[in-house]
Write a protein that binds this ligand. Structure first.
Ligand code: SF4
Length: 73
């Protein structure tokens, strides 16, 4: 790791954060640049919806780096 994880508060709870990946997560996650991502809509990507539910349940954040179904926006 380039930088040691640090503690931060997210959604009211203290969590460990990787500062390097956290900084690039929103710019580099495939889902956030994919035409299949349709949050809160019935035709949202099922994979992304599963990721979202895990993130909410476990208070984690993910950046998808591989996906066979990606569609460029
Ligand atoms: S198709 Fe892949 S990249 Fe696109 S939203 Fe779904 S999981 Fe993310």
């Amino acid at each position: 790791m380039r930088q040691l994880p640090r503690k931060e508060v997210h959604y009211g709870k203290e969590v460990w954060v990787n500062p390097v990946t956290e900084k690039i997560r929103k710019h580099e996650c495939l889902c956030l640049h994919c035409d299949r991502l349709k949050p809160a809509q019935p035709d949202n990507c099922k994979i992304a919806q599963n990721f979202y539910q895990i993130c909410v349940q476990e208070n984690v954040a993910l950046a998808v780096t591989r996906c066979p179904l990606f569609v460029q926006k």
